[in-house]
Design a protein around this ligand. Structure first.
Ligand code: NDP
Length: 399
């Protein structure tokens, strides 16, 4: 039985739903639930009623409500592509109803812009005892970048020492300011202090203060800024030979100028304020006026390039490889009506779900992507829309 329940109906969910719908051999029956049921109905219409057989309204902040829905649908797996705030209630509901779990972003509390794995790793014993599996961070970054690292370690090195994950969006959506995934989560992430791993400890930096101009295949040179990103936490744990691990993301000047102004006037704050007799959170209000990620797809041009530079030792020699994917916004739009950031997140989630349902990746407990054999997953990336390249190269980074 490979019935799945997908929770969330935004940009990423649209891709997961449509890609799962194309693969009845992996996903026999798809059910879709979210806070706004009309968005589920629209996706059902687009993916076909014969494939998305049920749509439901659910508040996934409420574990009891999710458990009730799971009992009604009886899926083998819940794919959580709502927001990170819902991770723990959905995991609780899966435990209560004996169902496997997968997500693409780690938990963070709504009232504190802080993401880390501790909350979800704490579920390890509970999932193990019940014989259930939870797979965390199954998007592109985290997700594919973890698998790229595992693949490099398995096939190219005896020991890996330096890791630089690079995330470039070389596309143009034509909007003055918009975020490519949920604006609230995106802005919380990039306005935090930066952090990277070096010689056994975390080193903090001011937000968006460390820059490298990197040359991305099929995109060109782009300013790239050091950020903390959640896969660094699991990768340094699971690859203890790493001496340094960092994450870089590209931002254009226009984006950074808008962000600075919004920050300066208080619009990115998550502290509630009194407005016209009610409490509102400025960042939640900002999200409401910014374009939804799925609305950017039409007319989006250019490519993303996301990958991992890995430097390590093979047969006594130091070398560097770069494993990466290029993804074209317009091609994604033609295929599933999505932009490339939603696509590069949704396709890996679909593939990881297929790997779990087919028992390629199935063991009780709570796991990150790099903890499984990467080979079949890498093959499926090539097969289902995210082909990758490996090049041996000079590292573009100074030591
Ligand atoms: P969107 O804002 O487009 O979609 C989020 C969806 O979740 C919306 O449909 C929303 O409902 C629904 N939702 C929010 N709260 C609830 C709730 N309490 N109960 C039920 N449904 C709820 O975001 P994206 O699709 O861009 O992102 C989805 C996830 O993917 C996020 O967690 C994001 O961090 C992650 N992500 C991961 C990446 C990776 O590479 N690993 C990259 C990009 C994103 P409504 O329609 O009512 O607002």
């Amino acid at each position: 039985m490979s019935r799945v329940l997908i929770i969330g109906a935004g940009g990423v969910a649209g891709v997961v739903v449509k890609k799962c719908a194309m693969l009845p051999e992996y996903f026999s029956e798809i059910h879709l639930a979210s806070r706004t049921v009309s968005k589920c109905e629209k996706l059902q219409q687009e993916a076909g009623k014969d494939r998305v057989v049920g749509v439901y309204k659910v508040d996934a902040d409420n574990a009891d409500e999710v458990a009730k829905l799971i009992r009604e649908v009886k899926p083998a797996l819940v794919i959580n592509v709502a927001l990170p705030y819902q991770d723990l209630p959905i995991m609780d509901a899966c435990l209560e109803t004996n169902v496997h779990y997968l997500d693409t972003a780690n938990y963070e509390p709504k009232d504190e812009a802080k993401f880390e794995y501790s909350w979800q790793w704490a579920y390890q014993d509970k999932f193990k005892e019940k014989g259930l599996m939870a797979l965390l961070g199954a998007g592109f970054d985290p997700g594919v970048t973890n698998v790229f690292t595992a693949y490099a370690a398995k096939h190219y090195f005896d020991e890996i020492h330096y890791l630089d994950i690079v995330d470039c969006n070389g596309g143009d959506h034509g909007q003055a300011f918009a975020t490519n995934f949920n604006p609230e989560i995106n802005i919380r992430e990039i306005t935090q202090r930066g952090k990277y791993w070096e010689n056994g400890q975390w080193i903090e930096t001011d937000p968006i203060s460390v820059r490298e101009d990197l040359d991305y295949p099929n995109v060109g040179v782009r300013p790239s800024y050091l950020l903390f990103h959640e896969e660094l936490e699991s990768l340094v744990k699971h690859f203890p030979t790493l001496k340094r691990a960092r994450f870089w993301m590209t931002f254009g000047d226009q984006y950074l100028t808008h962000l600075r102004v919004l920050e300066n006037v208080g619009m990115t704050s998550i502290q509630p304020i009194e407005f016209n007799g009610q409490k509102i959170v400025p960042l939640e209000f900002l999200k409401a006026v910014l374009p939804a990620p799925e609305s950017l797809a039409e007319g989006y041009t250019g490519m993303t390039c996301i990958g991992t530079y890995v430097t390590g030792i093979k047969d006594g020699q130091e070398k560097t490889i770069f494993i990466y994917n290029n993804c074209d916004h317009a091609v994604c739009n033609d295929e599933v009506g999505a932009q490339a950031v939603s696509y590069t997140t949704g396709v890996p989630a679909m593939i990881a779900a297929s790997m779990m349902l087919q028992n390629h990746w199935m063991k009780p407990g709570v796991w990150n992507m790099e903890q499984f054999d990467p080979d079949e997953f890498m093959e499926r990336l090539n097969k289902y829309g995210l082909p990758w390249q490996v090049v041996e190269c000079e590292s573009p980074f100074k030591r």
